[in-house]
Design a protein around this ligand. Structure first.
Ligand code: NAD
Length: 251
């Protein structure tokens, strides 16, 4: 059975892999055998060291994914650098917090441009290559706010609700072409994304109080779901949004 989780010989492109959840996912995929291309705005130095220490190949591609301009270059750089593109993890994302009555157009556009527009067109570019190959795995990073409304994060909620919908749409169109598109919905994870929440004692203890697992998640907690969705083990899983949340949604 374990061979169906093996990613030896596969190439994974992970966006925003320099830190946080993207780094955790990149390392899990590398541990399972994949070579890694990392695309993002910050140099993925630590991720590169850790991936190479696992004996995998690595390429870094600098790209600001708030515009569509770098997308073809990122896909081409992955294929030229590592010889293919089998797995895409659409992880890059950002969040802006303000009351809905004060929320600005800039905070709307900045978040939507990366989290939903960029993710869709990255999937389109990778998908064209995967469809030609008749094989591919696309993993979008959703959120608890793909299921819930949240508070003070209107553009984030819109983008993460949207990514769940786009995951299902792409799965409907491409399942018959050998491409699996699914999403992971992380719960409350200890990364830069939640630094403000964790620094707010009241919000932090409210959040912790409803996590059945009794702790914030760690980037390594996503590894199992990521390897599953990136591997042959998930060949009949299409359009799913899988929570990895310590039980948050079960409450
Ligand atoms: P993070 O801030 O550590 O990572 C975000 C990554 O996205 C970084 O690598 C950053 O450089 C990259 N990025 C941001 N803007 C970019 C741009 N314009 N171009 C290219 N790259 C860009 O936070 P994280 O928690 O690791 O977030 C990773 C993903 O997980 C995001 O999509 C986030 O919404 C999602 N998520 C996080 C949590 C959580 O609790 N931390 C929960 C659910 C979903």
């Amino acid at each position: 059975m374990t061979h169906s989780f093996n990613l030896q010989g596969k190439v994974a492109l992970v966006t925003g892999a320099n830190t946080g959840l993207g780094q955790g996912i990149a390392l899990a995929l590398a541990e399972a055998g994949a070579d890694i291309a990392a695309a993002g705005i910050s140099a993925p130095t630590e991720t590169e060291q850790k991936v190479r220490a696992l004996g995998r190949r690595f390429v870094a591609i600098e790209a600001d994914l708030s515009s569509l301009e770098p997308i073809d270059r990122v896909v081409r750089g992955t294929i030229d650098g590592l010889g293919g593109l089998d797995i895409l993890v659409n992880n890059a994302g950002l969040i802006r917090r303000a009351d809905a009555v004060d929320f600005t157009e800039k905070d709307w556009d900045d978040v939507m441009n990366v989290n939903i527009k960029g993710a869709f067109f990255m999937a389109q570019a990778a998908g064209r290559h995967m469809i030609a190959n008749g094989y591919g795995k696309i993993i979008n990073i959703a959120s608890m706010l793909s299921f819930q409304g949240g508070i003070r994060v209107p553009s984030y909620t819109a983008s993460k609700s949207g990514i769940a919908g786009i995951t299902r749409l792409l799965a409907n169109e491409w399942a018959s072409k050998g491409i699996n598109i699914n999403a992971i919905a992380p719960g409350y994870m200890a990364t830069d994304n939640t630094a403000m929440l964790r620094a707010d004692e009241k919000r932090s203890s409210e959040i912790l109080g409803r996590i059945p697992a009794g702790r914030w998640g760690d980037p390594s907690d996503l590894g199992g779901a990521a390897v599953f969705l990136a591997s042959r083990a998930s060949d009949y899983v299409n359009g799913a949004v899988i929570p990895v949340d310590g039980g948050w949604l079960a409450r």
